[in-house]
Design a protein around this ligand. Structure first.
Ligand SMILES: *Cc1c(COP(=O)(O)O)cnc(C)c1O
Length: 427
C-alpha cells in the first residue's frame, strides 16, 4: 500500500488519520508520509522514499533510529519481562541513575508520558504547598492536561485552536499566564497572587514555540519570587533533558528547581516519563504522603531497559554532545551565511541539538516575537524541504533535532536545500 492509500484508510478509523494532531500536516496543506522504517539518520516511507530525519520522533531519538544498544536491550528484556506491576531491579537502576546523575533530583517517580509527568508534578506542588494557583508561560507546552491548555504553544498554535474545547473554565481558572522572559510581568503576578501560588512551571529552554532560551536573569528572578512566596519552581525538561546537555537545561543556569520533569529521550523511544526533585517534597506522594498518583504501566521493565540503554550511552560518551554541538554550530553558521548572502529575513535559534529557523528579521527571545513569523513562507519552506528529502518539524512553532548519527555531510545537504529555497523566495 502507498502512503496515500494507507493515510486515506487511516482517516476512516482515526480522527484526522492520526493519534496526535501535528502529525496530520493539515496546516502544511498536504498528507504526511507514512513511515515504515528508521535506521540512524534515515527514515523511509511506505512509497520507499528516504528522508534525512530532523524530527527524531519529536526529540527522543538522540542516538538516531533503532540504535543497536537500545534495540538489544529491548529484545533481551522482553524475553523475560513484559510487565509485572511490581517492583523490579530495572526501575531501581533507572531511579538510581537519575538521582545520581541529575542535579536537584533526590527521588523520582516514573510515569508513561511527558503529560503525565508535568500534571503529576503540578498536583504534587499543590498538595505540598496546599495552594491551587500555578503560573505557566505563554508559548510553553507542558502536555495536554486541562490546566495547561491555555496559550500552550506548538500543536495548539498550529491548529489554531484557542486553548481547547472540552476544558471547563474551572480547570484553567487557577492557571496564571506568565510572559516568557518578562520579569516585571511575573513580579506583578506574584504581587497580586503570591500567597496563592503553588508553583511556577517553565520550559527553561522552550521548544514548543520554536526554540527560545530563557534568560538567566529571568530564571533567577523566578527562583527568587518562588522562595519569597513559598512556591515551587518546576523545570519542564521533557524536551530539553539529556538534549541541550546531558544534565539538561538545569546546568545552563545557576538555579536549582524544586521539581524536574523528564520524558522523550529518557524513554529511548518508548512511552516514558518521570518527575523528581527534593526528597522532602517527593515524600508527599502516596504511599508515603497524601498526594495520590499511580500507573499500571509506570516503570515498565522494557521501557526502563530502553531508557537506561540510551542514557548510559550518553553518560559514557560525553563526546557525543560535542559532536552534536559541532554539527549544530555548522548548521547555525551555514544558515547565518545564507541569511547574509541574500539579505534574507530569517533567524535561527539553537540550543545544542535543538533548533528552529524562524522566518522573521531580528532576534527571537519572546513569544510575541515568535508570533511575528511569516507562516506562509514557513509552509513553502516545509514543502520544499520535505520534497527534497528532509523531514523537519511541520510547524513554525516546533523544534527540529539533531542526533549522534547526523554529520557534517547531512548538514551540508540541508544547507544546500535551504539555499535553493531562499533563491526561489528572492526571485
Ligand atoms: C513533549 C512535551 C510534553 C508532553 O510530553 P508527551 O510525552 O507528549 O505527553 C511536555 N512538556 C514538554 C516541554 C514537551 O516538549
Amino acid at each position: 500500500m502507498s502512503n496515500e492509500s494507507i493515510f486515506n484508510e487511516s482517516k476512516k478509523y482515526m480522527p484526522g488519520g492520526v493519534n496526535s494532531p501535528v502529525r496530520a500536516y493539515r496546516n502544511m496543506g498536504m498528507n504526511p508520509p507514512v513511515i515504515k522504517r528508521g535506521k540512524g539518520v534515515i527514515i523511509t516511507d511506505e512509497d520507499g522514499k528516504e528522508y534525512i530525519d530532523f524530527v527524531l520522533a519529536w526529540g527522543p531519538l538522540i542516538l538516531g533510529h533503532c540504535n543497536d544498544g537500545v534495540v538489544k536491550a529491548i529484545k533481551e528484556t522482553s524475553e523475560n519481562a513484559l510487565a509485572f506491576g511490581a517492583p523490579t531491579k530495572l526501575e531501581l537502576e533507572m531511579a538510581q541513575f537519575l538521582c545520581e546523575t541529575m542535579p536537584n533530583v533526590e527521588m523520582v517517580r516514573m510515569v508513561n508520558s511527558g503529560t503525565e509527568a508535568t500534571m503529576s508534578a503540578i498536583k504534587l506542588a499543590r498538595g505540598y504547598t496546599k495552594r491551587d494557583k500555578i503560573i505557566k508561560f505563554a508559548g510553553c507546552y507542558h502536555g495536554h492536561f486541562d490546566g495547561f491548555l491555555v496559550e500552550a504553544g506548538s500543536g495548539v498554535l498550529t491548529e489554531g485552536i484557542p486553548g481547547s474545547l472540552g476544558v471547563p473554565e474551572e480547570s484553567v481558572k487557577n492557571t496564571l499566564i506568565g510572559v516568557y522572559n518578562d520579569e516585571n510581568q511575573v513580579r506583578e503576578l506574584f504581587k497580586n497572587y503570591g500567597k496563592e501560588i503553588a508553583a511556577v512551571i517553565i520550559e527553561p529552554v522552550a521548544g514548543n514555540m520554536g526554540v527560545v532560551k530563557a534568560q538567566e536573569k529571568f530564571i533567577k528572578k523566578l527562583r527568587m519570587y518562588c522562595d519569597r512566596f513559598g512556591a515551587l519552581l518546576i523545570f519542564d525538561e521533557v524536551m530539553s533533558g539529556f538534549r541541550v546537555s546531558f544534565t539538561g537545561a538545569q546546568s545552563l543556569f545557576d538555579v536549582k528547581p524544586d521539581l524536574v520533569t523528564y520524558a522523550k529521550i529518557m524513554g529511548g523511544g518508548l512511552p516514558c516519563g518521570a518527575y523528581g526533585g527534593r526528597k522532602e517534597v517527593m515524600e508527599h506522594l502516596s504511599p508515603l504522603g497524601g498526594v495520590y498518583q499511580a500507573g499500571t504501566m509506570s516503570g515498565n521493565p522494557i521501557v526502563m531497559a530502553a531508557g537506561l540503554a540510551t542514557l548510559r550511552q550518553l553518560y559514557d560518551h560525553p563526546e557525543y554532545y560535542n559532536h552534536i554541538e559541532n554539527v549544530g554550530k555548522k548548521l547555525e553558521d551555514g544558515i547565518n551565511k545564507i541569511k547574509e548572502k541574500y539579505n534574507f529575513p530569517v533567524t535561527i535559534n539553537r540550543a545544542g541539538g535543538m533548533f528552529t529557523i524562524f522566518f522573521k528579521d531580528g532576534e527571537v527571545t519572546s513569544y510575541d516575537q515568535v508570533k511575528e513569523c511569516d507562516e506562509e513562507r514557513f509552509k513553502r519552506y516545509f514543502t520544499h524541504m520535505i520534497n527534497s528529502g528532509f523531514n523537519i518539524a511541520p510547524s513554525q512553532y516546533e523544534a527540529s533535532f539533531l542526533s549522534t548519527t547526523h554529520n557534517i555531510t547531512h548538514v551540508f545537504k540541508f544547507l544546500k536545500a535551504f539555499e535553493e529555497f531562499i533563491k526561489k523566495e528572492v526571485e
